[in-house]
Design a protein around this ligand. Structure first.
Ligand code: AMP
Ligand code: MG
Length: 421
């Protein structure tokens, strides 16, 4: 699947965020090739083919403790001292069935002896020497049948899907893939994203600022966030507000990238050269979302390449990337739709707004003396105030219809960690 010419067309004057995301779900699909990678190289990649268990885990009943294995039915009250017949360590075969009225020294992970069903942990046992020099063990008499025994297959049955296609791999997922016998996994290649910022006022950090100039921060913030989302980013620098230069850069970027992201130059003003450039060589649609912060977003295509034009204001650029860019990227990466998890937490602030627009407020988490977590709001919510993004742990989502948040009200908190995964 690739971006079709008009995949971003719609006829809504104002789009609710949820409708915008639903539209992206239906219009976009995976564009990345697949490759086989060793499990140890696959962290952060998206699984392209269901990972199916090749074996049952654990493959055999085994001991959860260092101790003594026995058959619970053999132990009568007051007759808990039995001979220790042999030992089984992790990696040993289980050996012959247990003889009635005996115990076996066993270690964590060792297979249970046939007919043995219960393990007493060694801290609950006493050993002694019998009349013929044999080792005896006194077992606790209060244990339930099956205590400290892990059953074959209690984690995974062979043949089940342990990691579905569309999942982005976290560390524990690699353990699961390995535990069911996979040496390699079929994953999508990283989405190739080209990024440049636009604006005559932009200077690279390290250069001296002339009057009227600012440092280009978006390129660094957006590139970092794209990398957190698993993209392979090409940084194409910053470009002046010049439609010819921008057109040439877009054409070049589209050639070997699947997504081109820009910042700035896409509002409706005279200096909005990205808009003119895209309209010349591709298609462009403005999405006005019923969301604050967020100027209109530009979505379009350059041949098979998707175009995402982020607003220039630093906070708007980053928040738009989290709210909409993430959904675009997930679709192109082949990921299963993953709505961001929200956490219902009490607000530590008061806030009011008009109905009709969903607002995302930069907030951080605070613990009070009793350990109760609440959400505090950064005082200045201007869309250029980058310090708010640094101080914040995430965004509070104030729904379209809400007009008032009072201290103590439960609010929906979206951690940045969720928004950038
Ligand atoms: P624009 O969307 O190009 O009209 O820019 C909106 C605001 O964001 C202006 O104040 C710009 O100076 C600022 N801005 C645009 N691009 C960047 C950037 N890459 N880094 C920091 N600020 C920017
Ligand atoms: Mg600009």
């Amino acid at each position: 699947m690739s971006a079709s010419h008009d995949c971003f067309a719609h006829d809504h004057a104002l789009l609710a965020l949820s409708d915008a995301i639903a539209l992206l779900q239906t219009r976009l699909g995976p564009v990345c090739q697949t490759e086989d990678l060793s499990v140890s190289e696959a962290l952060g990649r998206v699984v392209a083919v269901d990972v199916v268990a090749q074996v049952t885990v654990p493959p055999h009943d085994n001991s959860a403790m260092d101790g003594y294995a026995y058959r619970a039915a053999d132990i009568q009250p007051g007759q808990a001292t039995v001979p220790v017949a042999r030992r089984i360590a992790a990696g040993d075969p289980p050996g012959a069935p247990l003889d009635a009225g005996t115990a076996i020294r066993i270690f964590t992970g060792a297979p249970m002896p046939p007919d043995g069903d219960t393990v007493a942990m060694q801290e609950d046992c006493q050993t002694s020497v019998g009349p013929n020099g044999e080792t005896l063990v006194t077992l606790p008499t209060h244990q339930k049948t099956g205590a400290n025994r892990r059953l074959a297959g209690e984690d995974v049955a062979a043949g089940t899907v342990v990691l579905p296609a569309g999942r982005r791999l976290r560390g524990p997922d690699l353990a699961m893939a390995a535990s069911v016998g996979h040496r390699t996994l079929t994953v999508y290649r990283p989405l190739k994203v080209a990024l440049f910022s636009t604006g005559n006022e932009l200077k690279a950090p390290g250069e001296a600022l002339e009057p009227g100039q600012i440092y280009d921060s978006n390129r660094f913030g957006v590139a970092g966030c794209l990398q957190m989302l698993g993209c392979a980013v090409t940084d194409l620098g910053s470009l002046p507000d010049n439609a010819e230069r921008i057109t040439a850069a877009l054409e070049l970027a589209a050639r070997d990238h699947q997504l081109v992201v820009t910042s700035g130059g896409v509002s409706m003003g005279d200096e909005d050269h990205v808009k003119k450039a895209i309209e010349r060589i591709g298609t462009l649609h403005f999405w006005r979302l019923a969301v604050k912060p967020g100027r209109p977003l530009a979505l379009g295509s350059l041949g098979d390449t998707v175009f995402l034009g982020l607003p220039g204001n630093p906070v708007a650029a980053l928040v738009s990337l989290m709210l909409i860019g993430r959904a675009v990227i997930h679709r192109l990466q082949g990921r299963t739709a993953t709505p961001m998890r929200r956490y219902r937490l009490p607000s530590a602030f008061a806030f009011s707004k008009k109905a009709g627009r969903q607002e995302f407020i930069r907030c951080w988490l605070e613990d009070d003396a009793s350990g109760q977590v609440s959400v505090q709001r950064f005082a200045s919510q201007g869309s250029g105030v980058l310090s708010s993004m640094v101080k914040a742990d995430g965004l509070v989502d104030v729904t379209i219809d809400t007009t008032e948040v009072r201290p103590g009200d439960l609010v929906d908190f979206l951690p940045f960690a969720e928004a950038l995964w």
